[in-house]
Design a protein around this ligand. Sequence first.
Ligand code: ZN
Length: 324
Amino acid sequence: MYQKLLLLTGIVTLLYQQAFCWGFYAHKEINHHAVFLLPPAMMIFYKPHIDFITEHAVDPDKRRYMIAAEGPRHFIDLNRYDDHPFDALPRTWQKAVEKYGEDTLMAHGIVPWWIHNMQERLTKAFIEKNYPAILKLSAEIGHYIADAHVPLHAHSNYNGQQTGQHGIHGFWESRIPELLAATTFDYIIGKAQYLAHPHQFMWQTVLESAAAADTVLSVEKMLTRQFPSDQKYAFEERNGTLIRQYSSAFTIAYNRHLQGMVERRMRQSIFAVASSWYTAWINAGQPVLQPPANILFSETDRKNFEELDLVWKTAESKGRTCGN
Ligand SMILES: [Zn+2]
């Protein structure tokens, strides 16, 4: 009976590993820590709403279970186009559509263009002092910017499916932060900076991610060859449940061989998220933020939050999710 249970949990774990996003844990951490990089004039608004910014960091992933168009916003398979630095791929949406057509772009992912779209919407929300929109858009752009920092969000072999390394996606972006971030990652980062060219900055970010993808894959392969095969995976506890996952020993060894890459990309995500918020605020003319004591979300917003939760919980009960 116990063995059957373990087998079942193993299946759930494998399914879990097939979903693709920084784990919920890392997304929330990134948005949370980004708040502390803001100048006082922004902090006065963001800090009292840090719980919202943190919790809603994962809304875009929840939405993937509701809207088909949501998926491509989280990645870009750059290697589908040409070789690094992918000069053949136009950086502006219009020119890219003219060259490749919208279907191709959607099939290979659109994260840098989507961030650009969100950046403009956030700037507009600041201009209008639309406080609910500022909160929602800040939380969500934080998600997409963080995704753009993940190497396997910029490569078509996103879960090692082309090289027999199934599960590596969740391993890099969920297992490592969940095991090591709280005790070993350094979140002292400095201050948000104004991004003179945010669109270029985000392109640079996905280019760095794509460049790191080979290392993410090859180091895991090398370590798997060296590691005792019966010690790569283990039944260990995750959020109070016993599941089969990459063992702690393998996770620690992999993280060491990556020489701090996961921590570095998390720190860069935090910096980029805060800088994107800050840039939107500056470009909006540095409006004085004097929100009412209670931010009132519209009826549509509240319904939407409920629907996202519901669809998420349904997916989770079927073991099709990547968060916790
Ligand atoms: Zn995502």
